[in-house]
Design a protein around this ligand. Structure first.
Ligand SMILES: [Zn+2]
Ligand SMILES: [Zn+2]
Length: 290
């Protein structure tokens, strides 16, 4: 457990992109890319592409609804069981543990583009914000003090420490489902696409796109990334009012995660979805036409 206080880095760690340290992480990350690339030279058919798309969509929802909107921002409520289900699905996207993800993300919001923000695209550059900080082993720690509301659940702490189990089980399931090509497409190809679409929110969505709201950070909205990430591309909206379950604030801002959560609300699996206040919607509407 890190000895850090809130958003302080652990003792001895100085946030500096120039001091990258993460050879093992880099080899694993590069290896997954190479295997995914190899899939493109093997058999390709509708079944394999279908497995990859389903694997992508379910796990992307685990990241957007589970890791981000629920665990990081608590924008809706659910049962302890479904909380674990969301965390497990998010964890299967191979983006480290739920408490690691949420703790660093909360600091990103508290310190956006400041010296304590580990992935500021404007300060440290596109590639550092995109993936450099994820691979740097100095930031593999989880600061449990940033997520005390989550750390009190033993099953979430267990998942955080054993974050490779869900992706490994998923890889095994894909192998059973479609043999080696099923593994390559259902796990490796879809994981690489999952990674980069998530990472683009930290990199591209702080560099390119429109700013509807004046925020103290550099967050921007991107319709293309919103489609690719099930709604996360409305990043300027999100930075302005992060406690809203919706990131697309208006009907023309496609936010698939929100639509699925509304469906789950009707099923009774989630409740108390937090909406942006009318004053925020009115302010945003006055600043941007559809
Ligand atoms: Zn956020
Ligand atoms: Zn951001």
């Amino acid at each position: 457990m890190a000895l850090a206080l809130n958003n302080d880095l652990p003792v001895g760690v100085v946030h500096s992109p120039e001091r990258f340290r993460g050879t093992v992480n880099l080899l694993a990350f590069g290896g997954v890319h190479l295997v995914a690339l190899a899939a493109l030279f093997g058999p390709i058919n509708l079944k394999l592409v279908g497995i990859a798309i389903v694997s992508f969509l379910i796990r992307k929802f685990g990241i957007t609804a589970g890791y981000h909107r629920y665990l990081s921002h608590r924008t809706f409520k659910t049962s302890r069981l479904f909380q674990f289900v969301l965390a497990w699905i998010g964890c299967s996207a191979a983006q480290k543990g739920p408490l690691w993800w949420s703790s660093h993300h909360r600091v990103h919001h508290q310190e956006s583009d400041g010296p304590r923000d580990l992935h500021s695209a404007v300060r440290d550059g596109f590639w550092w914000a995109h993936v450099g900080w994820v691979l740097d082993s100095r930031y593999d720690y989880t600061d449990y003090r940033v997520v005390p509301d989550l750390a009190r659940f033993g099953e979430l702490r267990w998942l955080n420490k054993n974050s490779l189990i869900p992706p490994i089980l998923l890889a095994a399931f894909c192998l059973l489902l479609g043999g080696l090509p099923g593994l390559l497409w259902g796990f490796f190809v879809s994981t690489v696409v999952l990674w980069h679409t998530t990472f683009f929110i930290n990199s591209a969505c702080h560099l390119f796109g429109r700013r509807r709201f004046e925020t103290r950070d550099t967050s921007r909205n991107s319709a293309i990334l919103a489609i690719l990430t099930l709604g996360e591309g409305w990043h300027n909206n999100h930075h302005y009012y992060p406690s809203s379950v919706a990131q697309g604030f208006y009907w023309w801002e496609i936010d698939v995660t929100l639509y699925v959560l509304r469906f789950l609300e009707k099923c009774g699996l989630v409740w108390d979805l937090r909406r942006p206040p009318d004053r925020v919607l009115a302010l945003g509407k006055s600043r941007t036409a559809p």
